[in-house]
Ligand binder design. Structure first.
Ligand code: CA
Length: 239
């Protein structure tokens, strides 16, 4: 076994959004254990599934921030998992595989993988790749965000949609921020409540009200992003 080595020992540099969830779909438990040892001290919450089908289930249930996907799985192939994930999500996917043929790498990238690492890999490289692929989720709190014709400026709590300027109240601003950080992806109601109101503090009614308010802003400007409702799950900002 030549899996990832010990954690790099760096302190967690991610700041506010330090707790990104990583789902590992991998049948070799020694790899899963080694990945946990590598990623947890780096501020990641690690979940795992031992085959493709349970990986797809875990994905739908937990909506992780990044997926580490093995290709050779005991039931369906990692390619099949990737194909199915891409019909519903643009979550960052890092393929981690012993397959090193160019054809496999090209296939994975064509199916929508964001990155590809061949086993054995170094734990430092893996963490660096995961960070690169989740950068937009971990940008500093004052970074200006864009989605389509909309710009969110934290220094002024302001949202600009094309030429229109809106001053947002704090909660509405935070809601826009979480949706824009994960634009194109489903954001669960729980995630929004936890990030905007704080764990255990939000309630469903205020979330609905704030979503309505933010939608009304977008509706005032042509070509603005829309907030799609994903029934029973949450919302998705479509730029
Ligand atoms: Ca495998």
């Amino acid at each position: 076994f030549q899996g990832p080595g010990p954690p790099s020992g760096s302190s967690c540099p991610l700041g506010r959004r330090s707790l990104l969830t990583v789902l590992i779909v991998e049948d070799e438990m020694s790899y899963v254990e080694a990945l946990k040892v590598t990623l947890e001290p780096e501020g990641f919450v690690v979940e795992s599934a031992p085959d493709g089908r349970s990986g797809l289930d875990a994905f739908s249930r937990n909506m992780p921030d990044v997926l580490l996907l093995d290709l050779m799985l005991p039931d369906i192939s990692g390619f099949d998992v990737l194909r199915q994930i891409r019909t519903k999500s643009d979550v960052p996917v890092v393929v981690v595989s012993a397959k090193s043929a160019e054809a496999d790498i090209v296939t994975a990238l064509e199916l929508g993988a964001d990155d590809y690492l061949t086993k054995p890999y170094s734990s430092r490289e893996l963490v660096a790749r995961i960070r690169a692929n989740t950068r937009r989720l971990t940008e500093p709190e004052d970074a200006v965000l864009t989605a389509g014709n909309t710009v969110l400026d934290p220094s002024r709590y302001e949202m600009r949609i094309a030429d229109s300027h809106f001053s947002l109240a704090r909660k509405e601003f935070e809601l826009a921020r979480v949706l824009m950080e994960r634009q194109g992806r489903i954001v669960t109601r729980e995630t929004l409540l936890d990030h905007v109101w704080g764990i255990g503090w939000g309630d469903s009614k205020s979330l609905d009200q704030h979503i309505r308010r933010l939608r009304r802003r977008f509706e005032q400007v042509e070509g603005a992003p829309t907030i799609a409702t994903v029934r029973g799950v949450g919302y998705r900002l479509e730029p």
